[in-house]
Design a protein around this ligand. Structure first.
Ligand code: NAP
Length: 324
């Protein structure tokens, strides 16, 4: 059946300005890292993306290596953009990145100009696009001069292949250096994409203050800590998944904390996932939260986090106490 976007798609979503730029991001963005590859069911991917768009999610986050096999998330979003979402490109932000291992040989990862430029060309071909809205250096490369990596971002913008650029997974020191180099080149860093959740608060240690001072926006990933801060494991970890979940930090000890957090979420009349998302948006320091989902129900539930973004002082200290 053909898809026609909801006429109410802009009624409920909150759009936040990205730093001091002209661009706004939906407070909730959809990440296509997991569940949107060749090995996933295309109909499900398409339904999730279309439902997200109906709910006002105008931003889809990708990277060259997303999907199984790597690159297939971009193939899939390209297919959707050229079918269901055809004609809506100007209402949508598409983001991609390069930095991690993508192809064999010395030019298939990290931060050289050779890799970044070639990778974005490949991403554009997979998605059938002329340009992406944002292009990121996905990780800091200790062996390539930062001037070269940032020079590649500047070149890509000047070539018209990306409108804005950003960095992801850079520590504070290298963020500062990257931001200055981009400033000198005349292509400002629009956005930073770090990890952030109740269990992972490293950005509070100086990075957030620096980004605010510089007028750079923040979009955070893994607000639910890959499912830890949701209802999924509150009744315990399935024995056959204990080892694989431990590898991504989902352990009984942490679930015990999640259960206590859930008591606060219940009082706030939110699900634990909703509280996890709302908490990262508290105080307006984060422009958008990247949430992953493999079910429409999860996208719908996550968007409803916006119904309650306020935390009382008591709730915040109770949360801090649990996570201590
Ligand atoms: N820049 C980077 O280096 C980087 C790194 C990682 C991620 N990201 C971005 O961030 C996005 C999100 O990352 P993520 O998927 O790892 O982390 P996440 O958003 O914290 O966790 C998503 C997982 O949580 C579960 N979930 C989502 N909503 C739920 C709900 N309402 N109730 C219960 N479970 C729910 C789903 O797991 P199930 O599969 O168990 O249902 C989903 O796959 C990625 O897609 C990507 O765009 C960026």
């Amino acid at each position: 059946m053909s898809y026609s976007p909801s006429g109410k798609r802009y009624n409920e979503m909150l759009y936040n300005r990205v730093g001091k730029s002209g661009l706004k991001l939906p407070a909730i963005s959809l990440g296509l890292w997991q569940h949107f590859g060749e090995t996933d069911v295309y109909a499900n991917c398409k339904e999730i993306v279309c439902r997200a768009f109906d709910l006002g999610i105008t931003h889809f986050d990708l990277a060259n290596n997303y999907g199984n096999p790597p690159g297939s998330s971009e193939d899939i979003i390209g297919r959707i953009l050229n079918t269901e979402l055809e004609g809506y490109r100007d209402e949508i932000l598409i983001t991609t990145k390069a930095g991690y291992d993508m192809w064999s040989g010395p030019y298939g990862e990290w931060g050289s100009k050779k890799y970044l430029v070639a990778s974005l060309d490949q991403s554009l071909r997979r998605m059938g696009l002329d340009y992406v809205d944002m292009f990121y250096s996905h990780r800091f490369d200790p062996d390539t001069p930062l001037e070269e990596t940032m020079g590649a971002l500047d070149l890509i913008v000047r070539q018209g292949k990306a409108l804005y650029v950003g960095i992801s997974n850079y520590d504070l020191e290298n963020t500062k250096k990257a931001v200055q180099i981009l400033k000198d080149l005349g292509t400002p860093c629009l956005i930073n994409q770090p990890s952030y959740s109740m269990f992972n608060r490293w950005i509070e240690d100086g990075l957030q203050d620096f980004l605010e001072e510089e007028g750079i926006g923040t979009i955070i990933f893994q607000p639910m800590q890959r499912g830890l801060i949701t209802n999924t494991y509150l009744n315990g970890i399935p024995a056959d998944r204990a080892e694989s979940l431990k590898e991504i930090g989902i352990t009984e000890e942490r679930i015990a904390k999640a259960r206590k957090l859930n008591e606060i979420a219940v009082r706030r009349e939110q699900s634990l996932a909703q509280m996890a998302i709302a908490w990262t948006l508290r105080g307006g320091r984060v422009a958008s939260v990247l949430a992953g989902a493999d079910k429409i129900l999860h996208v719908e539930e996550n968007v409803k986090a916006l119904n309650n973004l306020e935390f009382s002082k008591e709730e915040l200290s109770e949360i801090d106490e649990i996570l201590k």
